[in-house]
Design a protein around this ligand. Structure first.
Ligand SMILES: [Mn+2]
Length: 276
């Protein structure tokens, strides 16, 4: 009985299956924790999403920004990007079922001594605050104001309640955060390695925080960070879709397994060609 945390898949379904074979994953015995961004940019988003739903009994996942972008697009409020590879999902006959299933997934998940999140936590948040914020955003995402929550351009005149404003801020942190200043203000454009950061920005996890120190945060999203394993912090996006590899960490003994990428999405952002 093992638990494998797997980084951002981004539609790299062939690599996922090869990686599971490599670790000897057994659906009835082992558990998978996925850091989110299951889809988009890579070649097999629909296959990945269908597979995840079919294996929901042996896996848990948190939503990433690309998963939310898919939900937003399906709800008619997505802002398309020429690099999107989610058309196969949107055109599939089971699209509504897949989207409904995805909308039920959490933004933050606690599994034993581990917290799973796609991108990061605001430095000011304790785990309890992060948990309450995630629950609030999840409940809006599952309800009839989901489209208002996810739209990027809020039309003037659209009045968003305090809950929705706060939930939008929570979602930005949980699914997009990499670098921020001491007050937690995000540097939204930065996607490079930490050594390229200049003051006042630091990686979100390097600021002082009231978080309890007995839990370990597992996250993805930051491909330029690559796999990073610290005592209480595990980063797992090793850029499979950027022609690097897909990573799985067995949480019980921290054994790392990696599957080289078969397909490069193009163009590869120059920041991601270098390893940190
Ligand atoms: Mn992401």
């Amino acid at each position: 009985m093992s638990t494998y945390a797997i980084g951002d898949i981004h539609g790299c379904f062939d690599e996922l299956i090869l990686l599971l074979d490599r670790v000897g994953f057994s659906p009835g015995r082992d558990t998978l924790l996925l850091t989110g961004d299951l889809i988009n940019r890579g070649p097999k988003s629909l296959e990945t999403l269908r597979w995840a739903r079919r294996h929901e009994g042996c896996l848990r996942l948190v939503l990433g920004n690309h998963d939310l972008h898919l939900i937003a697009t399906a709800l008619g409020v997505g802002k398309g990007d020429s690099r999107d590879t989610i058309d196969d999902i949107l055109k599939a006959s089971d699209c509504p079922t897949l989207i409904d299933w995805l909308r039920e997934m959490p933004l933050l998940l606690r599994v034993g001594d581990f917290y799973l999140v796609h991108a990061g936590l605001h430095p000011d948040w304790s785990f309890e605050v992060a948990r309450l914020r995630a629950r609030e955003a999840e409940s809006i995402l599952q309800g009839r104001f989901a489209a208002d929550l996810l739209r990027r351009d809020v039309p003037s005149g659209l009045s968003l309640g305090e809950g929705i404003d706060r939930a939008r801020e929570s979602i930005a942190c949980l699914t997009r955060l990499r670098a921020c200043d001491a007050a937690g203000a995000m540097n939204a454009r930065f996607i490079g390695p930490p050594r390229d950061l200049s003051p006042p920005f630091r990686p979100w996890f390097d600021w002082p925080s009231p978080r309890e120190t007995d839990k370990t945060i597992v996250f993805g999203h930051w491909a330029a960070l690559d796999v990073m394993i610290r005592e209480r912090l595990i980063a797992l996006d090793s850029g499979c879709v950027w022609n690097r590899c897909l990573s799985a960490l067995r949480l019980e003994d921290r054994a790392l397994f990696q599957q080289p990428s078969k397909t490069a999405a193009s163009p590869v952002p120059p920041e991601l060609l270098e390893k940190p």
